[in-house]
Design a protein around this ligand. Structure first.
Ligand code: HEM
Length: 148
């Protein structure tokens, strides 16, 4: 039962995360009027929820008694590739996260955010989206024992 729930929330993270990061990138390239900024921040919030679900379910699936056991994953080259790709996505998220927190703070003070870095954040979002797609393939091969 727990194994099924962990897997379900892990897939749900993907169903939320991929469209969210795609929408964030696209909104950042669009017109950044108040409505455009709201689109960026809404997509960013969903991307955050997906990241939280991946972080809450992933380790449980590796180390818990629910899947193939920690030895299987820790002994899988593809698992380490997957985790490295995830680390890259998280590392690339630092600038967008700090910048968009700044946007939210300025909006809360009734000020207009400085959107001059939007293009750079859009490029980072698109690169993160590509990495998520690569992770889907790595995960599927990892789950079937490739790379051990
Ligand atoms: C962007 C983040 C992530 C994506 C897109 C992702 C994607 C996936 C996908 C598509 C599967 C299903 C593979 C299949 O059954 O064919 C899967 C399974 C799995 N993922 Fe993730 N994952 C992510 C993050 C993580 C993290 C952070 C961890 C661990 C720390 C993790 C650990 C696992 C484990 C243990 C499985 C089960 C594999 C099996 O069935 O043996 N994932 N992941």
């Amino acid at each position: 039962m727990i194994a099924a729930l962990l897997a379900a929330f892990h897939y749900l993270a993907l169903a939320i995360g991929l469209p969210a990061i795609f929408s964030r990138g696209r909104a950042l390239k669009g017109t950044l009027d108040p409505a455009g900024i709201r689109r960026v921040l809404a997509a960013d919030a969903w991307w955050g929820i997906a990241a939280l679900l991946w972080i809450l379910t992933g380790p449980g699936r590796v180390f818990g008694p629910f899947e193939k056991g920690a030895d299987f994953y820790l002994g899988s080259k593809l698992f380490w590739i997957k985790l490295s790709l995830f680390g890259l996505i998280v590392g690339m998220e630092i600038l967008p996260m700090v910048t968009l927190i700044g946007w939210r703070r300025r909006l809360a003070r009734g000020e207009t955010p400085d959107t001059s870095s939007a293009r750079r954040l859009a490029a980072a979002s698109h690169a993160q989206m590509a990495l998520v797609v690569v992770m889907i393939f790595v995960a599927s091969f990892m789950a079937r024992g490739f790379g051990r």
